[in-house]
Ligand binder design. Sequence first.
Ligand SMILES: Nc1nc2c(ncn2[C@@H]2O[C@H](COP(=O)(O)OP(=O)(O)OP(=O)(O)O)[C@@H](O)[C@H]2O)c(=O)[nH]1
Ligand SMILES: [Mg+2]
Length: 325
Amino acid sequence: MSFRREKFAPEGGPDGGDGGHGGSIFLRASRALNTLNPYRNQREFAAERGRQGEGCLRHGRDGLDITLDVPLGTLVRDGETGETLAELLADGETVCVARGGRGGLGNTHFKSSTNRTPRHHQPGEEGEARALDLELKLIADVGLAGFPNAGKSTLVSRLSAARPKIAGYPFTTLEPQLGVVSLDRFGGDALDSWVIADIPGLIEGAAQGAGLGIQFLRHVERTRMLLHLVDLSDPMQAPAEAVRVIEAELAAFSPVLAAKPRWLVGTKLDALQDEDRKADFEALCAERGQAPIFISGVTGEGLRELAFAVDRALKASPRPVEAEA
Ligand SMILES: Nc1nc2c(ncn2[C@@H]2O[C@H](COP(=O)(O)OP(=O)(O)OP(=O)(O)O)[C@@H](O)[C@H]2O)c(=O)[nH]1
Ligand SMILES: [Mg+2]
């Protein structure tokens, strides 16, 4: 509330400006995040207050909004009612979770023919406050492919906090399982991470129902790339043959999978019995224009390099990645 006061108008009219609106809070899905870790520590957020209106019809500035980034796949629920408010799936998708209060109205709004010196003004409104439950439903960036026993679950267990069942018999993994690969495990930044999907093994004829079939491949159809694990310790199977069989099954499932970028990864390097296997694998990679990748889930060799290489590749291209040559 304010009245104009000037030298020759000591009883000037009302001139109280309006208050600014309070800032609102938005959640925005961002591909740059894979975890809700940023919200482990800071759990309360407040957007800026609107500023007071002032005399001389000066309106207060609106408070600034704040936008909090969350990973794709974040389910947003009201903390009290449990009601689902949003599911943020697409990069950039934004939802308002708490609206800022409306700014107050200055006393100029209330002048009338009968009241030319209104003292009345309308106070600003409180902004919304809301407790939220955020739950992340993961969408995998990277899918695994390979024969049973190739070491897929072992790799997931070494790269992430996931603890899939691992055993020396085929079809240990029956259900897909996801793991978050955070680079801080390998001395990188905790905010750099990607999601890997462990799935059952494939065998020749899986498309016709052999083994566990191929229906579970739908779980990796939306991933951005595949890591195709090739057991180099197996004396019975040449890498080129192993790769051919798996690729045929992927192709039988869908053209999308057949076209998906994939890296061959030679596993069980520690148990290599025949150096020729390693040379064969290198030659196979060279044919495909890919640098050979060797790992061991036992010694940990190559895991750090793999984790960083995948992270770089995923960052370099927003959709399916190119093989690193
Ligand atoms: N020596 C050695 N053994 C490994 C390595 N990685 C996995 N293994 C062993 O290989 C066997 C199979 O490993 P898993 O990780 O269960 O293989 P998988 O590909 O998930 O198998 P399925 O779930 O049946 O498709 C287990 O006995 C592991 O201990 C490795 O790098 N070196
Ligand atoms: Mg497994």
